[in-house]
Design a protein around this ligand. Sequence first.
Ligand code: HAM
Length: 452
Amino acid sequence: MPRPKANAKNMPAFKKAPERRSAKAVPRLLGMKDIVPSEYRYFSAVSNKAASLAELYSFNAIKTPAIESADLYKKSTRHNNDKELYSLDCEKGENGVLRPELTQGILRAYIENNFSELPQPVRLYSIGSVFRKEKMQTGRYRESNQFNLEVIGEDKPMAEALLIAAAYNFFQDLQANFQIQINSLGKADCRKEYIGKLNSFYKERGRRSKLCNNCKKYLGKNMMALLDCKEDACQHLLHEAPQIADCLSDESRNHFAKVLEYLDELGIPYNFNPYLVRGLSYYNDTVFEFWPLNDEGVASSKLALAGGGRYDNLVESLGGRPTPSVGLAIGLERVVAKVKDRLTLPNFKEEVIFLAQLGDQAKIKSLILFEELRRAGFNVRQSFSTDSLKNQMEEATRLNAKVSLILGKKEVMDETIMLRDMESGVQETVAFKKIKDKLEKKVNRKEGVIYG
Ligand code: HAM
């Protein structure tokens, strides 16, 4: 009998929440998202891809706490940072917050663990959740997961090019449709001059009134925030606004030209976007984002898939030595939403071995064998809670197992195991000791790590 093709349809059905919930049911908090098992598979596949790519590009994994000191974020303000942070009741004198980004925690760990003594640059990656009390919109959650890459201690433009190349290849592998937006913000002096120009531009008659209410509040206080506004009216005004490129120093101009030259050499397409500023204040020189393309091939800034840039002063401002650095973060929920339909789940390619047992002795022996096979990387499944062999074999069929191993009283006595090829139905008796070698020839092994 031909094996049914594995796809999302033959995954276990998870019951939908009843339409009418009891008044006692406690709902999810606003802006929070459940990653239910049917979606978790995609989430896990994307996270695994991210981790293996990071390792390939010589990044080392780091995990930092979800709760950090609020002081860590003072120097890296966003437009609405104070409102966005979730504050926590910590020990006396401690002002804790749920991290809104991974970057600062990684830099704190870099400083605290004296990573500056290591050969530079230090390349670190991390996958974890971030928390932002954001205005709610589709694709914008208050808890979301990021894949973060930081190259700490590198001032050369090659660092940006390699980082962008890593993210570019990640999205290419996932067959996502996207466009890279890139700009240079220059150094503080360039920005001061530019902000003056922006002030004059927005003060001109008729412009102020067209801005959204939020941007009106930023006028004169945070002019760069106006460029980052996603409201259509503000975006419309942008087209006539002055460009920061006209204020760049020779040093910044040369640095940026080199980044673009490397991208050209690597064959990585990009869109020079003179109004890309990113919502974070710690960047200097290169900034970039990965924008999704819709079915018509139009790029949209609203649900950026990733963003990053150079931050040469942040480590020092957090108490470390002057350490030029560059980094980026990819939003995993947004990537999953974008690529889910075309993603081939690696899990589905791994062939399932089903381990069936009959009788107490067989169950014990199966448990030991199960662990052995699992550790050897086989995608082994079981149903230890079921005694009926018929039910177990039905489960093996449902899981689309390539082979089933059946262990009964007789097999335990003879130190053998029955191997059934689920496609042909052919069974053979194999010596227990030889089962791993036999399976290696018959089924694919599992690869990669599963992230929680
Ligand atoms: P960010 O642009 O704030 O940068 O976030 C990076 C990515 O996380 C975004 O492009 C988006 O895909 C995702 N993301 C952000 N906020 C949300 C949200 N509310 N819901 C869903 N997804 C979201 C940073 O966080 C910087 N730390 C990046 C960086 C690393 N710069 C240097 N190193």
